[in-house]
Design a protein around this ligand. Sequence first.
Ligand SMILES: Nc1nc2c(c(=O)[nH]1)N[C@H]1C(S)=C(S)[C@@H](COP(=O)(O)OP(=O)(O)OC[C@H]3O[C@@H](n4cnc5c(=O)[nH]c(N)nc54)[C@H](O)[C@@H]3O)O[C@H]1N2
Ligand SMILES: Nc1nc2c(c(=O)[nH]1)N[C@H]1C(S)=C(S)[C@@H](COP(=O)(O)OP(=O)(O)OC[C@H]3O[C@@H](n4cnc5c(=O)[nH]c(N)nc54)[C@H](O)[C@@H]3O)O[C@H]1N2
Ligand code: SF4
Ligand SMILES: [Mo]
Length: 913
Amino acid sequence: MSFPVIPITSAPARASVSTTCPYCGVGCGVRATPREDSQPDIAGDETHPSNFGRLCVKGSALGETVGLEGRLLEPKLRDARDGALHATSWDDALGTVANTFKRIIDQHGPDAVALYVSGQLLTEDYYVANKLMKGYIGSANIDTNSRLCMSSSVAGHKRAFGEDIVPVNYEDLELADLVVLVGSNTAWCHPILFQRVVKMKEKRPELKIVVIDPRYTATCEMADLHLPLKAGTDVNLFNGLLAFLSEHDTTDAAFVDAHTSGFDAALAATDGFDLSQTAKACKIDAHDLLEFYRLFARTERVVTVYSQGVNQSTAGTDKVNSIINCHLVTGRIGKPGMGPFSFTGQPNAMGGREVGGLANMLAAHLELDHPAHRELVQTFWDSPAIAERPGLKAVDLFNAMEEGRVKAVWIMGTNPVVSLPDGEQAKRALAKCELVVSSDITEDTDTNAFAHVLLPALGWGEKDGTVTNSERRVSRQRAFLPAPGKARADWRIICDVARRMGHAGFDFESVHEIFDEHARLSAHRNDDEGLPRAFNLGGLTGMDRERYDSLAPIQWPVFKHGDAGTPRLFEDKRYRHADGRARFIATPPRAPANAVDDDYPLVLNTGRVRDQWHTMTRTGKSAKLAGHIGEAFIDMHPQDALACGVREGELARVSSRWGSMVARVQHGGGMSRGSVFVPIHWNDQVASDARIGAVVNPAVDPVSGEPEFKHTPVAVEKFHVSWHGFALTRTAPLLDDITYWTRIQGTQLVRHEIAGRRHFEGTDDHREWARTALRVGDPHADWLEYEDRSAGVYRAVHVVDDRIESCVFLSDRPDLPARAWLSGLFGKDKLDDEDRIGLLLGQPIGKGVDTGPTVCSCFGVGRNTICAAIREKGLKTAAEVTSCLKAGGNCGSCVPELKKLIVETEMARLSTV
Ligand SMILES: Nc1nc2c(c(=O)[nH]1)N[C@H]1C(S)=C(S)[C@@H](COP(=O)(O)OP(=O)(O)OC[C@H]3O[C@@H](n4cnc5c(=O)[nH]c(N)nc54)[C@H](O)[C@@H]3O)O[C@H]1N2
Ligand SMILES: Nc1nc2c(c(=O)[nH]1)N[C@H]1C(S)=C(S)[C@@H](COP(=O)(O)OP(=O)(O)OC[C@H]3O[C@@H](n4cnc5c(=O)[nH]c(N)nc54)[C@H](O)[C@@H]3O)O[C@H]1N2
Ligand code: SF4
Ligand SMILES: [Mo]
C-alpha cells in the first residue's frame, strides 16, 4: 500500500510543523514554528498546492492570535442562584450535558434536541457529531453555519449534477481565459486565489476578469469589466446570457443532446428577456452587458466563480443553477480551464458537506430521504437508529427553539447571536431553551452569554485532524502548541458525551481512527453494484497514526490506495443523476423577499472586510489586523447620506423591521444609490451596538434554507451625540456613561472610539468624568490636561513614571487628532518634553507625521504615507509603491487598494491644477 507522503516532524519541540490556515476555504498550507517565549513564527508552506508558500494578511498574522487572553480554559456551568458561570470539572459538565439531553429525549423525543455546528470544526469532529445525532439520537436536527454560507451551492449542485460536486480546481483558474467573479469579493475574501489569478493575468494579459457585484469592491481594481448589477438580479443576468448563447449559436448542441436534460424548459424560462430588458432589470449599461455576453460567448475557457452575493439570497439556489446552465449549454465543464466554481467560505465547509453536517444530508454524500442510503449508513454504523427525515435548517431550528419545540441545543464553533439573521430572534430562542451548551475556544461571546454550559475546545495550533478546501483537497491541520488549561478536542468532547448517553460506536482513541471510519464509509458499497457516488476516500482507508500524520494534501475522489487524487471531475461527462445526465434547471427570476418602501427605502448589503474574520474572536486580538479598519461602518452614497441627514464621519443608526445598529458613516466603498453596506464582524464584545445581524431579515431560499443576508430594506438616520472622542489605555477603561464605543486592539494598548450625550458642566466636570473613565483614583497622579471651551475640545493624559498610561481626547466634532502617532507613544519608556506638548496640542511637534489608517498591514504602512509618496515621487503603479515603501510586497492583499490610491491621488492632483 502506498500513500502520498510529505515529510513532517514527529514534533520535537520548536521544530516547524506543516498545517493548514484556519480561515478561508482557500486552505493555504502554513509552516508554524513554536517559540518558547513568544508567539509562533508563521510562514507559508511552499510545498502546499493551494498557496505555494504565500499567505494573505490574515494568515500571516496567525501568530498574533494564538495567545491565551480571552480563551475559555475550563468547563463552566451556570448557577441558577446567581445566574453566573462557574468553573466546574469535566465530569460534571459532560454529565450535565449527557443527562439533560437524555432526559429531554426520553420525555419529548429525539427531535426536541439539536446540534448547531460549524465549518470551523475539523472533519473528524464533524463526523462524530453527525453520527451521534443521525445514527444514535435518531434525529437529523443537526445543522451548521454552512447553512448561512454555501447551502445554496450545495442545493444547486445537487439539482444540476445529482450530487454536491465542485468539478473544478485552482489550476483551472489559471488555465482560464475568462474568470467571471459573481458576488465574490475575492481580493479580500479569498486573497491567495485572487493573487494567483492576477499573477497569471500579468503573464497572460489576454486572461480577462469580469466582476459582477452591486458594489465597486477591491476586487474590481483588477477587473477588465465590472457589472454593478442591481442587488438580487443575477438570475436575470444569467438567463439573459443563456438566451444570448442560444440565439447566437454558441452552444455545444452535441454535448447538450448527449449529456444533459431539461434544456428546453430552462430556455423557455428566459423567455421575453432580450438584452435591453435584461440590462434594464439588472440596471446595467446595455453596452457593458453586451460586452460581457460576447466575451463569454467567444471564450471557450471560462471559469465562473460564485460566492455569497449568489448564495445568500432567497433566489440563491436558482442563481447557482442559472450560472451552471450557461456552462452546460456551452459544454464548458469537466475540461481544463473551465467550469462553475463555488468558493467555500470556511476552512472546512467542504469537510462538513462530506460528513453530512447539514440537516438535509446523511453522511458521505448519501441522502436522508432515500431508504437504501439510510440502510447503508445504519448498517455500516451498526447504530440503534437512523434519522428518517431531514432535520430543521438553521433559521427554522431557532424558530423551533423559540416555540419550545426544541428544548436543548449544543452549539459548537459558531456564534449564532452574531451570525444568524434576525439576531434578536436568536437571543429569544436561546433564552427559551432549557439547556444551551456551547463548545468554544473563547470565553466571552454574544452567544456564550446565553449558555448554561461552556465546554473549552482546542483551537487552531492545538487541534489535530483534516479539513477540505474549495477544490476538494483534504489537508491536515496539525498541532504545534500544547493543549491549554483543560481544553479538549471537539471530537473527544462529543465522543465523551455520546458514551455517557450510553452509546457504543464512539470508542475512538485517536483522531486517525475517526478519519479511517469516515474514509471507509465513503467507500462502502461505492461501486456500480452498490450506491455509486463521487465522494470516495477509498484510497485513504487503513492509515495508521504515522501515515495519517504524514498525509500530503490530496483531492477527492481517491479511489484506491496509491491514487494521486482527482483534480477535475466530470471529465467522463457522466453526472450523478440516475440517467447519467446533468440537468438544466428552469430559473424564472424572482425578486428578493422583502422590498424597499417609504419607511425602509434603502437596501442593506452585508459582508466582509479584508483583515477581520467573522465575529472577531481571533482576528480581533491582532493589532496588525486592527489597523486596516478599526470600526464598524455604514458605507453609502453621498447623496443618500445627504437625504438621510448624515455626513461622512458621523454616527448613524441603521434600522429595519427586525432591529437596529449604530456605526460610522463613510463613502468611498463604491456604493450605488439606494443601497448601504455594513460589515458583519462587529458585535457586543467589541462595540456598544454594532451587530448588523440584528437588522438582517430572516427570509430564506425556499430550496436551500439559506438566509437573504444581502438584501434587507432599511432606514438610516443620524445618531445624535453631543461629543466624539477616543481613549487609549493600557488597561480597559470604564465605559459607563458612554453612549457609543468600539474597542480596537493596539500594540501595548487598547483604543476605544467613543461618543456620548452627557453634557459637561465645565472643566471640573470633564476632569472628574475623565478620571473615572481612565480609572485614575490618585488625586496626585501625573495628569496633563487641556481644554478649549469655545472649540469644544478637552484632552487629558495620565502619565505614570514618565510613561503614558492612558489618555482621552474629546471634541464636539468627529474630527479628532490622529490616533496612529498617539498610539506610538505607548511604545516609549519615557515621554520627552516635545511629546508632552504634542499630547496637549493633539499633534506631533517637529518629528513624526500622521501616517493615516493602515493600508499595508504587513509593513504597517499608512494611507497618508502612501499618498504622499505617490504625489511626491510620481509613482504610477502598485509595483512602484512597493519598491518605494515596501507596502504590498509581502502578502499582496493591499495591492488593489494601492491601485485605488494611485488613481485617487492622480484625480486629486488633476482637480487642483
Ligand atoms: N477577510 C475575510 N475573508 C473571508 C471571511 C471573513 O470573515 N473575512 N469569511 C470567509 C467566509 S465564511 C465566506 S462565506 C467568504 C465569503 O466571501 P465573499 O462572498 O466574497 O464575501 P462577502 O463580502 O460576503 O460578499 C461578496 C459580495 O457579494 C456582493 N453582493 C451583494 N448582493 C449581491 C447580488 O445580489 N449579486 C451579486 N452578484 N453580488 C452581490 C457584495 O457586495 C459583496 O461584495 O469569505 C471567506 N473569507
Ligand atoms: N449579516 C450577515 N451575516 C452572516 C453572513 C453575512 O454575509 N452577512 N455570512 C454568514 C456566513 S457565510 C458565515 S460562515 C457565518 C460565520 O459566523 P460564525 O460561525 O458565527 O462566526 P465565527 O466567528 O467564525 O464563529 C466561530 C466561533 O467558534 C469559535 N471557535 C474557533 N475555533 C474553534 C474550534 O476549533 N472549536 C470550537 N468549538 N470553537 C471554535 C470562535 O471563538 C467563535 O466563537 O456568518 C454568517 N452570517
Ligand atoms: S487566503 Fe489567507 S485566510 Fe485564506 S487560507 Fe490562505 S492565508 Fe488563510
Ligand atoms: Mo461562510
